[in-house]
Design a protein around this ligand. Structure first.
Ligand code: SAM
Ligand code: SF4
Length: 445
């Protein structure tokens, strides 16, 4: 079971491949499992509660099947209280930290040999090196971790404590992994890191995120490069220029803003203000007019006044994001913000969430409606989850497009004409679909 972000999803893909090499066969049927692995998230309390609930249910299963091995890893185990609970619990056999996921087969072996609970949670260790195997669900788009951890210490965020300090993978190793993926037929990579544009700061030499993108852009057969997540403070002019000149780096910028209020941004320790953020958006749009921009926002940060929230609404109106992901502030033990005065009530957070959602839904729909009648390139990801009669894919700007079509289009790059728009996706006409040889960069100056 996996909770949380794409980094956790990918760590689970690696664990699955390593456990398959170790001789286990994957099942998602708990009743059949000999080993149950929980890859956890602690970014918000709600994620934590889901894991705790699941562990409670597992306890009963373990009573009826004492031979079953339960391994718990990921961000949650770095929480001292939870760790104490896991250590005490009779039914958790292995506890592993966010930098030990690649050692899971060894940890299982150790438990099998000794019968004693195995704990390995150090975050100071070197992260995994070399190209690790991964069992991916998609045959089209592959996650590739480019760095581990985070050094930013935003005052609300548990990630630096849960995943350790920033550590970049060597550039040649990442290129080798991407070349290997292309050889297997993958056409898109999603580069993963908590702050990808500080990639390389800890490496000897001159490698940085721009030079990594530049090198990956030259790999034949790769159609699209995406990345997640970039910090607005570190988005350099050099990086914008590199993306502008590249062919494969997509025109989608996910730039977490978190708040539109300068005083809140300062309390959050984000390292930029609203004016700098607006300047960055203007630079991106001037270099790449077709760019889509999405963001993360937190409502109800400690001390957030109605005026500070209004500043967020105002910035959302000014930027006109393509989409936003809104989170209710969740106090995380060990973070600076959890101890701040003026914690906002749950009721106010929910009201602000819904007011912001209303504003953004209107903007997203307006932006998407303006695309109706236009031709867009789509990389087809597979059959639509909601309706297997239709295909689902994404534009280079990250927008989901759904369309009907009979042939096997998975992994193909097609041109479609947008026929309808909804808040979160676009609908295309089947008769206008054209298959293309390669993905082409969109409107750049
Ligand atoms: N590294 C990325 C960044 O700087 O934006 C994202 C990491 S975090 C896992 C994903 C999102 O979760 C953040 O952008 C933030 O909006 C949200 N988040 C993090 N901590 C939170 C908290 N304590 N309460 C609510 N939302 C939180
Ligand atoms: Fe958390 Fe901030 Fe690091 Fe993102 S940049 S992971 S929000 S500390």
């Amino acid at each position: 079971m996996t909770w949380g972000c794409q980094m956790n999803d990918h760590d689970s893909e690696v664990m699955r491949a390593l456990l398959e090499q170790y001789g286990l066969v994957f099942t998602d049927d708990l009743e059949l499992a000999d080993v149950v692995v929980l890859n956890t998230c602690s970014v918000r309390k709600s994620a934590e509660q889901k894991v705790i609930g699941f562990l409670g249910a597992l306890k009963h299963l373990k009573e009826s099947r004492p031979g079953m091995i339960v391994a718990v890893g990921g961000c949650l185990v770095q929480n001292r209280e939870i760790m104490a609970q896991l250590r005490r619990s009779g039914h958790v056999n292995i506890i592993f930290g966010a930098l030990s996921f690649h050692r899971l087969p060894t940890l299982i072996e150790r438990y099998r040999m000794t019968g004693h609970q195995v704990v390995e949670t150090e975050l100071e260790e070197q992260p995994p090196s070399g190209v690790l195997p991964a069992t991916r669900d998609s045959l089209i788009k592959a996650y590739v971790t480019i760095m581990f951890g985070c050094d930013n210490f935003c005052s609300y965020c548990v990630v630096p404590y849960a995943r350790g300090r920033e550590k970049s993978r060597p550039l040649p190793e990442i290129c080798q992994e991407v070349e290997g993926l292309v050889a297997k037929g993958y056409v898109e990579v999603m580069l993963l890191g908590q702050n990808v544009n500080s990639y390389g700061k800890d490496l000897p030499g001159k490698a940085n995120f721009a030079s990594l993108l530049d090198d990956l852009d030259r790999i034949p057969g790769l159609a699209r490069i995406n990345y997640m997540t970039s910090h607005p403070r570190d988005f350099s002019d050099e990086l914008i220029a590199t993306i502008q000149q590249s062919r494969k780096v997509c025109e989608h910028f996910h730039l977490p803003l978190q708040s539109g209020s300068n005083s809140v941004l300062e309390r959050m320790n984000r390292g930029y203000n609203r004016e700098q953020y607006l300047q960055l958006v203007a630079k991106i749009r001037s270099a790449i007019p077709a760019a889509s921009i999405t963001t993360d926002l937190i409502v109800g940060f400690p001390g957030e006044t109605e005026q500070e929230f209004q500043d967020t609404l105002d910035l959302v109106e000014q930027v006109r994001f393509d989409a936003i992901y809104i989170f209710l502030y969740s106090p995380r033990p060990g973070t600076a913000a959890a101890l701040m005065a003026g914690q906002v009530s749950g009721e106010t957070k929910k009201q602000r969430f819904s007011r912001l959602t209303d504003v953004q839904n209107r903007i997203s729909l307006e932006i998407n409606n303006a695309l109706v009648g236009q031709d867009w390139e789509v990389l087809v990801e597979g059959r639509s989850k909601n309706n297997p009669e239709t295909w689902s894919g994404r534009t280079r700007t990250g927008k989901i497009v759904v369309f009907a079509g009979g042939d096997d289009l998975a992994g193909k790059i097609v041109d479609v004409t947008i026929d309808g728009a909804q808040t979160w996706n676009l609908i295309a006409l089947p008769n206008n679909i054209q298959v293309k040889e390669e993905s082409l960069p969109l409107g750049r100056k």
